[in-house]
Write a protein that binds this ligand. Sequence first.
Ligand SMILES: NC(=O)c1ccc[n+]([C@@H]2O[C@H](COP(=O)([O-])OP(=O)(O)OC[C@H]3O[C@@H](n4cnc5c(N)ncnc54)[C@H](OP(=O)(O)O)[C@@H]3O)[C@@H](O)[C@H]2O)c1
Length: 386
Amino acid sequence: MNRLTETLDPALARHILRELGEEAREHRFEVAPNPCVGAAVLSGSSVVARGFHRAWGGPHAEVEALRMAAESPVPAADWDTMLVTLEPCSSTGKTPPCVEAIKAAGIRRVIVAAQDPDPRHRGAGLDALRQAGIEVLVDPVAAPLEVVSPHFLAWNDYERRRRPRPWTIAKWAQTLSGHLSPPEDVGDGRRISGAASLQEVHLLRSRVDAVVTGVGTVLHDDPRLTVRLRTEASAAPISGPERVVLDSWLRTPPEARLFEAPGEGEFGGPVHIMAHPGPDPIRRRALEGVGARVHGGRGMDRHTLDLRDLWTWLSDRGFERVMLEAGPTLLRNALEEGFVDQVRVYTGNVRGGEGESLASWLEASKLTERLHREAGADGVLEAFLG
Ligand SMILES: NC(=O)c1ccc[n+]([C@@H]2O[C@H](COP(=O)([O-])OP(=O)(O)OC[C@H]3O[C@@H](n4cnc5c(N)ncnc54)[C@H](OP(=O)(O)O)[C@@H]3O)[C@@H](O)[C@H]2O)c1
C-alpha cells in the first residue's frame, strides 16, 4: 500500500460512494440514456466538493466536482483523491474526456464503483489514468450500477446495441380520465396542462435530438414543436430539436406553423415529413417549397408507416435521444410495439375528455423506477419502461 491508500479509510470511501450513487439516481430521467454518475473530490479524508451528471448532454460528474472544488477554499494542490460511481470516460462525446480533466487537476488517486459496461470503453478510462501514474482502485460494493443506473445497463444490453435505436421518451398531457384531448370547452379543446408543465416540456425539447409527432397532431393542434424557454431556465446552450412528422399521405398543410421561421429566442431544427413511397409529387413540391424534407418510407400496411423503419432512420441519422410528442394513435402504436423507453405524463385537473384514453394502458404497463411529482397544479409521472 502506498501513502495515499493508507490515508483514506475504505469504510469512509464506501460511505461517500453510496451517498454519491443515491444522489446521482435523482437525475435519472434527465440523463437517460446516459448513466447516473456522482463524483467527489477529496483532500485527505475531507470531501472538498461533489458533482453530478444532471442532464443529458451536460457536464459529467467528474468535471462538475472539479469545477465545484475550484470554487472551494481548498487549493488544488491539496486535492488528492476522486471518488466516482462510474469509470471516467476517456473519449470525446458531447463533452471532452473526463480522464484529461482528472489528470490536469493533479488528482493522484481515483476510486471507482463500477466499470463502464460498454465493451468499446470498458477499462479504457482506468488504463489511461494508470498510464498517467494515477492510483486506481475499483470498489464495486458501495454503488453497483444495477442499483445506481439500471437503465444504463439496459441501454448497453447486447441486443439493444446490435439493433440500435434512439432512447425514446413519450411525453403526453392527459385529463383525470387519461384522455389526451380535453372537452371542447376547456383550453381551446387542446390545452390540458399549465404553464409550469409547458416550460418543462420546452426544456425537455432542448435536451433531445428530435421530436416525433403524427399528422393527426399537426392537423388538430398546428404545433411549432420548437424550444421557447424563459431566460432563467436556459443557462445551458440551447439547440432546437429536429422535427419529424409521420404523415403517410402528405396531409400536412404547407401553411402549418411548423414551417414558420423561428422567432427571437425560439429554436427549432429542420422539419422531416415521413411518408409512403412515391408520395404525391404536387404535395411533395409544395411541402419542399416551404422547407420540409420529405422522405418516402416503407409502408407497414395500407394505412400506417412502419415504426421499425422510422426508428432505424432516426438512429442512422445519429439521433440518440428523441421525444415522442403525439396523439393517442401514434403514442399507442409506439408504446405497444416497444419503441418507448421512458414516459413523462402530465395530468391536469380536467375531467372527461375527447378521443382515446391511455389510462388503461398506463395501469397495465410495466413501469419501473416511478417518480410522482408536481409541476405547478399538474401531477407528473415519470418512469422507465421495463
Ligand atoms: N395531450 C397531449 O399530450 C397531446 C399531444 C398531441 C396531440 N394530442 C391530441 O391528439 C389528437 C390527435 O390525435 P391523433 O391520434 O390523430 O394524432 P397522432 O397520433 O399525432 O397522429 C396520428 C396519425 O399519424 C399517422 N401515422 C403514420 N404512421 C403511423 C403509425 N405507424 N402509427 C400511428 N400513426 C401513424 C397516421 O396518419 P396517416 O395515415 O395519414 O399518416 C395517423 O392517423 C388531437 O386532438 C390533439 O390535440 C394530444
